[in-house]
Design a protein around this ligand. Structure first.
Ligand code: NAD
Length: 338
């Protein structure tokens, strides 16, 4: 908190639609008089000794402020850079990715009653980045699962379940095939569960979860799902699809000292710069951030204004929600509804 009573938060605006949706957040925060001062940082990667690193100023800003809001970052394919998102998660040891997904009242989809939360292991699994060519035409990619990383994300899930009063953990896995790697994740959950006698622990194969979730999502309303990295990535897009798409779902990357909040979606190059992006996902991520900072009244105020705007009809919704508002007119309407 600075002398004016404001909290400084690092802002990574991101690529593509990141610029447009970050502007929307900044405009709404000013209008709602949220006591936050943004510290924008540039995260253009630097290659130091063949390794992707973040600029020193960006790292210092996030460690100093402890909280950051981040727009999407485009990952160049096959250019020798490790994904910047992965670099961020590793640099700040953001081991748990919390992804809630809730139906939006007033925006009709085939599912009216989705209320799920999944916690994705954020540092290893198929994302360990260990890949090599054995001989031309044959590559090997290593899925790395360790007990310490499994344990910390599973323990986080148990603590989360306690705090949101959903005393039921569901581990989503494929240990029937990946017996050692997913098996370690499953066994670690059984060990951690001994410390939480008040919380029920269940297991489900990922393919079965996909089937059941798309058949009747209410079966998952009272559980906290926790799963290895790739499954969490895929399951969260699947969940977004149930409520109206990627423009709506927020997330928080949680570590011991630092948390970075971001939308689940990417930089959407197909619509970038066209005033078509839906800022809701980043706005709802920022509301998760405000609650994390115990600024709940501001989170409620902004969330209510966003939901009221979406519910008020297609003229006030962006194109991804079958509406005809632009990013700017949608933002203006939210400000009116604050
Ligand atoms: P994407 O999420 O950017 O887009 C998928 C589809 O959803 C597109 O049709 C897009 O127009 C739409 N969409 C996404 N967000 C939207 C929004 N807010 N409003 C309206 N429509 C929206 O996925 P992609 O195209 O596979 O990836 C593009 C780039 O983003 C890639 O470089 C990828 O690596 C990166 N990415 C970054 C993150 C992150 O920063 N956390 C996450 C996913 C992908």
């Amino acid at each position: 908190k600075n002398a004016e009573g404001k909290y400084t938060v690092t802002l990574i605006e991101g690529d593509g639609i990141g610029i447009e949706i970050s502007k929307s957040v900044k405009d709404i925060y000013s209008a709602a008089k949220v006591p936050i001062q943004w510290e924008p940082v540039d995260v253009t990667p630097q290659l130091v000794n063949g390794k992707t690193t973040l600029p020193k100023e960006a790292i210092e800003s996030v460690f100093k402020n402890k909280v950051a809001l981040k727009g999407p970052l485009a990952t160049p394919i096959g250019k020798g850079h490790v994904s910047l998102n992965l670099t961020l998660r590793r640099t700040f040891n953001l081991f748990a990715n919390v992804r809630p997904c809730k139906s939006i009242v007033g925006y009709k989809t085939p599912y009216d009653d989705v209320d799920t939360v999944l916690i994705r292991e954020n540092t290893e699994g198929e994302y360990s980045g260990i890949e090599h060519t054995i001989v031309p035409g044959v590559v090997q990619s290593i899925k790395l699962i360790t007990k310490p990383a499994s344990e910390r994300v599973i323990r986080y899930a148990f603590e989360y379940a306690k705090s949101v009063k959903k005393p039921h953990i569901l581990v989503v896995h494929k240990a029937s095939i990946m017996k050692l790697s997913d098996g370690l994740f499953v066994n670690t959950a059984k060990e951690v569960a001994k410390e939480y006698p008040g919380i029920t622990l269940d297991f489900e194969l990922i393919d079965n979860t996909c089937l059941k979730l798309t058949t009747d999502p209410t079966q998952y309303s009272n559980v906290v799902m926790v799963m290895p990295n790739l499954y969490g990535d895929i399951m969260s897009d699947l969940s977004s699809g149930l409520i109206g798409g990627l423009g709506l779902t927020p997330s928080g990357n949680m570590g011991d000292n630092v948390s970075i909040f971001e939308a689940v979606h990417g930089s959407a190059p197909d619509i970038s710069g066209k005033n078509l992006a839906n800022p809701t996902a980043l706005l709802l991520s920022s509301c998760m951030m405000l609650r994390h900072m115990e600024l709940n009244s501001y989170a409620d105020k902004i969330e209510n204004a966003v939901l009221k705007t979406i519910a008020s009809g297609p003229e006030n919704r962006t194109k991804d929600l079958k509406g005809n508002a632009g990013t700017d007119s949608f933002t203006k309407k939210i400000i009116e509804n604050l």
